[in-house]
Design a protein around this ligand. Sequence first.
Ligand code: C2E
Ligand code: MG
Ligand code: MG
Length: 494
Amino acid sequence: MGPHVLAFLPALALGAFWVGGETLLLLVALGVPFAFSLVGGFNFTSAVQSALGQPDLTDAHGAVAMTSYALEQARAASLATACIQVDIDGIKALESRFGETTTQSARDLMLARLRTLLRKDDLAVRIGDARFMVLLGPALRLDLEALLQIANRLQSSLEEPASIEGTTQYMSAAIGFCSSVRLADTATGEDLFAAASAALTEALANGPSAIRAWTDSIRVARSARLSLRSEAARALENGQIQPWYQPQLCTSTGRVSGAEALVRWIHPERGVIAPRQFLETLEDDGRMQRLGEVVLGNALTALRAWDRAGIELPRVSVNFSMSELRNPKLVESLKWELDRHDLKPQRLGVEVLETVIAETTDGIIVRNVAALAKLGCHIDLDDFGIGHASITSLRRFAIKRLKIDRSFVTRVDRNEDQRRMIAAILGMADRLGLETLAEGVESVGEHALLAQLGCDHVQGFGIARPMPADQLATWITAHNSRVADTPRLDRRSS
Ligand code: C2E
Ligand code: MG
Ligand code: MG
């Protein structure tokens, strides 16, 4: 019995409605699929398997072919299908911690979790390093509510703690989906696949654990994103792209020890746009150097203004990308900017990604970072723990402080493995004479434990989110006066 038999379903349902009203319609709606399953009916997964094969992993081409097949089968039976795409945040971090074989087992585990939850008519396959696709077998009712329920179930299962090499790992799943009923009758499998991908992109832009359905507003947002590209260069020149600042606290004194400049695009119609939505565009257009100039200029101007207003902020840090660090004029222009603002190099922090340091064999980057350190700038190693920097390179680049990646900090107060990992990093930093800062501190519990373990500085949403320069001034004044009013023990003496 092939799927074409299902094409009779609507006629059967209509007949049932004429003859017996709603009750009989309901019986038919529930009973026919059940009857099919009893007689060994249609199985979409095995149909795909025999038509296309169902490997654990497929490329984009294979994924579109599977989606087209699902759509054809559903249409032939006048039923619906849906494409659900999932992106797992945390798999990349596993690779640097445990290596490829373990990462592959984690991917297999995620695929197995998906398959356990799905019906036998559905199909799940991996379509990228951390990306999976689910195609639902032909069904009568795949509306928004039903799909949201399925997506929620999949997400809860994927986000269950995973036991990996004797440690407990927490991963987040972002999900985007589109039902065939949301698209025009003329839509192709490629359209359905692209719509689910766009919904996933939208979910990812809203956090690592978001779920989004394909809607018309996503279609509009998608074309808007494409137009952002042409607008970005102009925005960089007209002041719409500028840094916000996130404070960092010293765990010994509780006072503000610095602030990180994090770029934002304040778009007149679309509001505040996060860097992940436009940095790649600027990178592709060769504008990272210009971005660096804009952020540095703004940060030094703000620091000067805070100084004048009597705000206590020892240092402001900026992020430098690989292309900025390759600029042969970097040190010279930075020196000039510091002079122009009448600020000492010690007031400026430079954040360099651990991946840049680990991967670079580029002499100009080593020379630039070493020259910035020699000048007196404070060099931070950003996202430490996921990039394989060697101890030799920490020395070669004159690193002052390790910024411990958020993946190690999350739930450090509740998870023994996380605590051990942080303790090991802090011990190593101490022996190498490096300062430490924990990134992504989201709760009071994490903050307290990090202070107890001897981490020198903390930064994260649990303390404050990035904010415009004028708001930071108000925040620092309020924070420092709160600290002054609170009697505290020095953590090193406790
Ligand atoms: P990063 O330098 O590692 O910055 C930390 C990111 O984590 C920031 O995201 C910050 O808003 C976010 N964050 C801070 N605390 C928390 C927390 O408690 N929980 C969570 N979940 N996130 C937290 P943002 O601002 O979106 O920046 C993302 C990345 O973009 C930065 O990562 C940095 O690599 C890059 N970036 C930002 N501004 C610039 C810039 O001016 N130049 C360059 N080259 N890159 C930049
Ligand atoms: Mg940073
Ligand atoms: Mg970071």
